[in-house]
Design a protein around this ligand. Sequence first.
Ligand SMILES: Cc1cc2nc3c(=O)[nH]c(=O)nc-3n(C[C@H](O)[C@H](O)[C@H](O)COP(=O)(O)OP(=O)(O)OC[C@H]3O[C@@H](n4cnc5c(N)ncnc54)[C@H](O)[C@@H]3O)c2cc1C
Length: 478
Amino acid sequence: MSDKFDVVVIGAGPGGYVAAIRAAQLGLKTACIEQYKGKEGKVSLGGTCLNVGCIPSKALLDSSYKFHEAHEGFKVHGIDAKDVTIDVPAMIGRKDQIVKNLTGGIATLFKANGVTLFEGHGKLLANKQVEVTGMDGQTQIVEAQNVILASGSRPIEIPPAPLVEGIVVDSTGALDFTSVPKRLGVIGAGVIGLELGSVWARLGAEVTVLEALDKFLPAADEQIAKEGLKILTKQGLNVRLGTRVTGSEVNGNEVTVTFTDANGEQKQTFDKLIVAVGRRPVTTDLLAADCGVESDERGYIYVDDYCATSVPGVYAIGDVVRGLMLAHKASEEGVMVAERIAGHKAQMNYDLIPSVIYTHPEMAWVGKTEQTLKAEGVEIKIGTFPFAASGRAMAANDTAGLVKVIADAKTDRVLGVHIVGPSAADIVQQGAIAMEFGTSAEDLGMMVFSHPTLSEALHEAALAVNGHAIHIANRKKR
Ligand SMILES: Cc1cc2nc3c(=O)[nH]c(=O)nc-3n(C[C@H](O)[C@H](O)[C@H](O)COP(=O)(O)OP(=O)(O)OC[C@H]3O[C@@H](n4cnc5c(N)ncnc54)[C@H](O)[C@@H]3O)c2cc1C
């Protein structure tokens, strides 16, 4: 049997499902193929993001933050909550229910938009034919005018720390602990390691993060990374930089990790170990040898700025191609590709993709860092505003961190917004919108911000760029 579609999408993560819905909205006959089975043994849409990534991790971050606040943060408000306890299975159950609702919601959206779902494995053959192997092992060929490859990524495993069920886990396993480990090791101080380490630290685990690099968060602005590390360390997260893991040994219910740092070889024993050293693209049995699509030695599919592969009519988006491994980057690529297939002149601004780390406080940035701009020889001026001077942050007893706005010294155009502090993820988006419209620091300073809000810190940092901040002493008065 052979079906013919305008668009066939392989993978229903935030790249693939968004591309499929947008293509269908544009009147294209669209199908999407997904193979991932959720906890209930049924195909579950939404990819890494909805099943084992963004959403479940945030569900646990929010639950654990409430617990932590009850223990550590309520007292200052005059609230006594010393008998608060955590029911880990209930917390995990809440997270699973959110995943179920959201992934089921994608299936409903597919129906509402007329997207045909094929449950099974998709493989691109020559001439834009796609082979679908259903869950029952039966295969069928689907013909496509256009194919979008959106097969995503999976956690990287490392030889010194092979996974051992329930003890040495990847990010997926770390979302399903049944109790709070007393001693938790995390390999990797990237976004995922810091977020998952924070979840269990807030619930009482002693967390040690082992990071091979000497520098904390090398992609972040140095001032933000430094401040972020200081705050996380104060919270009890033990981040050990320059620490290379060389081996691990599981004995009963614990694992002993061997690593080297400036003091030579050392060992540390944990009850659980999370391996969070990055992700790699998934192309397993995705591309037939004669399909014409090329990928690099690490598995990333080659695409141009518009996500077109070397085969006309075949596109690739999201984690399986170059760039940041982020859900919002994948989704926007999905929209761009669907619109280009429909004949629109869509494009995407890769320079303004915000990055967020959902620790508390959050760290978030968009645009270029001070270090990058200086290395590029751009003359810049900088305004910062500490949350310690924000009335709203004081009211919330949440005053750690700062907002930093970087502008071009000659044109005043905002080139970067970098934040560590409460609601950084939401505040940075205001910077991203302003930058998309080519705002100057003066423009941003002239906008009326609601009072009292945490966003006022962005307003004040923009004013500080030209020495006009009201609620802190300016370095340069005008
Ligand atoms: C713990 C964690 C937290 C994260 N938090 C955030 C966050 O807060 N914000 C953020 O932006 N990003 C976050 N991410 C990253 C985000 O999840 C990914 O960048 C995003 O899901 C990538 O989307 P995608 O559509 O490219 O791929 P994926 O979401 O990986 O989806 C790909 C889908 O394709 C399917 N597939 C693969 N091959 C085939 C095939 N041959 N046939 C059929 N189906 C196939 C897979 O089963 C999968 O469902 C997080 C990731 C993790 C692990």
